[in-house]
Design a protein. Structure first.
Length: 355
């Protein structure tokens, strides 16, 4: 008789700390844990590290990172990866964490969609807005063109140079890309359902100047259908706000209708939530479950601001809290990277002796 019972799950690997989410918060958490001698496994459902910075605005400059007056969003991620390198974290990318479960021995089981199972001393949830999905252009047959001629983000601006382009939306992303690509695309049409925009007023004013100068057109209305030329996208059929049916040629369409964040499995792991965020204290950034911490956009506490800067501070304090959680007997003291030989050894740097 054949055995039809499911195969038992693979044995879990014992690890110090697991970080869920490889956005800026999770990446800096590797570094802060590493300085204290704690190694980490880091998991992200996306195929690459970087979170919102890489996924949503890689080419945009960020101006409020301390000591970096201007830093591209992807550049920031690259720098964080470089900084974390000495600590040799294990990356599990393209895997969604589906289960986080405290065990009787105080450890926490972390399991992913692809079967990775980790038995962690501590877990840091750095899941941002959860697994976020762009709002799609809801037109019949759109699936055929998504990723090919219809996009919800710009990976490389140069891909749109010399082409007929339609940009849909009325927020910052739509307006920023309209201004950036006007003059580079062969033709550019901005489509928005009304004449008011949610974008920065200066960018809206610049767009209106470009329209007045005849460099692009703005249409107030909505897309109603895709125009096809065999397998190729030929353009969009639109209904304007004043009731006209218009066809616009397009090789490529960019639609920026915002994201709809899906907290996903994080909401089911039994931690206290407030407005879809994990409640934490501000000493340890621990959730309502001991040993499970939360940093970055996913957490909430009085005065919380969803800034990268805040996530960095939270990661530093969480690392100390995890050190205490894992090694309660160990005396904690603050060391400076400038002067601590043990931290410098962990960082793999040799510092010339001063005389
Ligand atoms: C257009 C734009 C401009 C911005 N500009 C600035 C700025 O100038 N300055 C600033 O400070 N902030 C800015 N922000 C905000 C900043 O990007 C966020 O505060 C920051 O990305 C939060 O980092 P995080 O690591 O907490 O989360 P995220 O960057 O959201 O990363 C979270 C990661 O967790 C992963 N994840 C979630 N759930 C799971 C799961 N179950 N399993 C596996 N992986 C999971 C996600 O895939 C994601 O990669 C901007 C945001 C946007 C959208």
């Amino acid at each position: 008789m054949s055995d039809t019972s499911p195969a038992p799950p693979a044995a879990a690997t014992q690890v110090d700390a697991v970080i869920i989410g490889a956005g800026p918060a999770g990446l800096f958490q590797i570094f802060e844990l590493g300085l204290l001698g704690i190694s980490a496994h880091i998991i992200d459902s996306l195929g690459q590290a970087g979170g919102q910075c890489t996924e949503l605005y890689p080419d945009k400059p960020i101006y409020d990172i301390p000591a970096l007056p201007i830093c591209g969003a992807q550049e920031l991620v690259d720098r964080l990866l470089e900084q974390a390198k000495p600590f040799k974290a294990t990356f599990h990318l393209g895997q969604e964490v589906t289960e986080v479960r405290p065990l009787e021995d105080g450890k926490i089981l972390v399991a992913t969609s692809t079967g990775t199972r980790l038995n962690a001393g501590a877990v840091v949830i750095a899941g941002g807005v959860g697994s976020f999905q762009p709002r799609r252009l809801g037109l019949p047959g759109i699936e055929e063109f998504e990723g090919r001629s219809v996009h919800y983000r710009v990976k490389s601006a140069a891909d749109f140079h010399g082409l007929d382009l339609v940009i849909c939306g009325g927020g910052d992303s739509a307006l920023d890309w309209t201004v950036a690509l006007c003059g580079k695309a062969r033709s550019l049409t901005l489509l928005h359902r009304r004449a008011e925009f949610r974008a920065a007023p200066a960018t809206v004013a610049r767009m209106r100047e470009l329209v007045s100068a005849g460099k692009m057109q703005f249409l107030e209305g909505s897309a109603v259908a895709i125009a096809k030329d065999h397998e190729r996208l030929a353009g969009l059929d639109l209904r304007t706000a004043d009731g006209r049916d218009v066809s616009v040629s397009a090789d490529q369409v960019l639609a920026f209708y915002g994201l709809h964040p899906k907290l996903g499995p994080i909401a089911e792991w039994g931690m206290e939530l407030e407005k879809k965020a994990l409640k934490v204290d501000t000493e340890k950034f621990q959730t309502s479950v001991p040993g499970i911490f939360a940093i970055g956009d996913i957490n909430t506490y009085p005065g919380k601001k969803k800034l990268i800067l805040s996530a960095f501070h939270e990661a530093a304090l969480t690392a100390f809290a995890i050190q205490h959680h894992l090694f309660p007997e160990k005396r904690q003291f603050l060391q400076y990277t400038t002067t601590s030989p043990i931290m410098q050894k962990r960082l793999g740097v040799t510092v010339a002796e001063s005389h």
